[in-house]
Design a protein around this ligand. Structure first.
Ligand code: 0X9
Ligand code: ZN
Length: 422
């Protein structure tokens, strides 16, 4: 994502943020989200976004792609006039109302580890409770683990489970969710993987086979500070909550901060106010440092078979690399074959279409992303990143009714990998 705010707009945004009482929630009441089809009009759409000081959900407008643009009520008229003649539709008529609808969380009782968990989104503390409760139901083959601490001292919490050989013996499979704080469906998708594999261990020979063959480490929220902030203050927060000297803007994009090919230009922003701010130095986000060290340790101790970083939205199943559109991963042929099979398996569940391919050519150039690091520095056998539902009807604010279908089709993709990885 490029910086899309003009200087004047930037100052407005910054001063609004400063004058807002510390704990008051950002309101999106009356905001609309537009999806604009950009063909050759990329400069025009970029100028509109810049002139009106708007934010976009999927990076700067690009030719041949949709641009999903968030428009405050005061700018709706000006925006509508400016895009006259372009192909556009409204994703959210009232973003505030969509968020309110999505944010009706079920109350969680400690005893209710069952499929109804996936019927709504949840408060962060309930996620921690749920992980603990899931573990408690499987005392012989599960434990809660932490991969270090966030900037604000929140443990990066996961669940580790294993099969008949005992813990720590078999090669590891590691999934990350919610590195981007607002991508809430990723949290529940990673939790669903753990829930499904643990709950069906005794009843399904296939699942027993998977869990006996690998150690699973599922981290539903690898950016806890950001995730908490989406629930207390700003539903659309993406980065961590780190300050940068010389700037009043907060947040480093953890998925631009991993210490591999971090210095390559063009795949991240050097502006601390940008959504894809890469940090002042590689791995200067404590979350990146912690996750990188943890992955290296797991790899050294037991080997790392598979790593998947779950994001939303766009319905993609991607492989290294993000930092370059010409570099080719050592196992590229096999990675593409596996991605192709995973995407077919995903489609077979509810008919949902995913595209696949290397990050750089499939979505955009992204430096310092987890996948490049895990592939080349940690050295996982297989590394992917997936963008879950949807393709832009609801975007980040995906109705709760889609959590379970999103998660069970994602599991089908994983199942394909588990059956077909060498
Ligand atoms: O920009 C990103 O980091 C990812 N898209 S998102 O809208 N979820 O932010 C895509 C980059 C590639 N993804 C990973 N390397 N995980
Ligand atoms: Zn993301």
């Amino acid at each position: 994502m490029k910086l899309v705010l003009g200087l004047a707009a930037l100052l407005t945004v910054a001063s609004a943020a400063v004058s807002r009482p510390k704990d008051q929630k950002v309101s999106y009441d009356g905001y609309k989200v537009f999806r604009v089809a950009v063909a050759h009009e990329v400069n025009k759409v970029n100028s509109i976004v810049k002139d009106l000081g708007l934010s976009t959900w999927k990076g700067a407008p690009r030719a041949g792609a949709f641009s999903d643009i968030v428009v405050p009520p005061t700018q709706v008229d000006a925006f509508t006039k400016a895009i006259a003649g372009l192909d556009a539709e409204v994703m959210h008529e009232d973003l505030g109302a969509s968020i309110a609808e999505e944010s009706v969380f079920q109350t969680y009782a400690a005893t209710s580890v069952n499929a109804t968990w996936f019927n709504s989104y949840h408060a962060y503390t309930d996620h921690l409770q749920w992980i603990n409760d899931l573990k408690a139901l499987h005392p012989g083959n599960a434990e809660v683990v932490t991969a270090g601490k966030s900037l604000n001292g929140n443990p990066i919490t996961g669940i580790h489970f294993w099969g008949s050989a005992g813990k720590g013996v078999k090669p590891a499979i590691v999934f990350h969710g919610t590195v981007h704080a607002r991508e809430w469906v990723g949290t529940l998708t990673v939790e669903y993987m753990a829930y499904n594999l643990l709950t069906n261990y005794n009843s399904s020979a296939e699942i027993k086979g998977f869990v006996d063959k690998y150690d699973f480490y599922m981290f539903p929220v690898v950016n806890p500070d950001g995730f908490i902030y989406t629930q207390t203050t700003n539903r659309l927060w993406r980065k961590n909550r780190q300050s940068t000297s010389g700037s009043t803007c907060i947040g480093h994009d953890i998925n631009r901060n991993w210490p591999f090919q971090w210095s390559v230009t063009g795949g991240a922003s050097t502006d601390p106010c940008a959504e894809d701010f890469k940090g002042l130095a590689q791995s200067d986000a404590p979350e990146t440092t912690a996750l990188a060290a943890w992955l290296k340790t797991v790899k050294a101790n037991q080997g790392l078979k598979l790593f998947i970083d779950y994001h939303s939205y766009s319905q993609l199943f991607m492989t290294p690399y993000g930092y370059s559109c010409t570099a080719v991963a050592a196992k590229n042929t096999e990675l593409q074959a596996l991605a192709k099979g995973a995407v077919a398996a995903i489609k077979a569940v509810h008919g949902t279409s995913f595209d696949y391919g290397p990050i750089c050519t499939t979505i955009y150039k992204a430096t310092g992303s987890s996948v490049d690091y895990v592939n080349d520095v940690v050295g996982a056998d297989y590394t992917f990143t997936s963008e879950l539902r949807d393709t832009g009807t609801y975007g980040f604010v995906l109705p709760a009714a889609q959590i379970l279908p999103t998660a069970d089709e994602a599991y089908a993709g994983v199942r394909y990998l588990l059956l077909n990885m060498k």
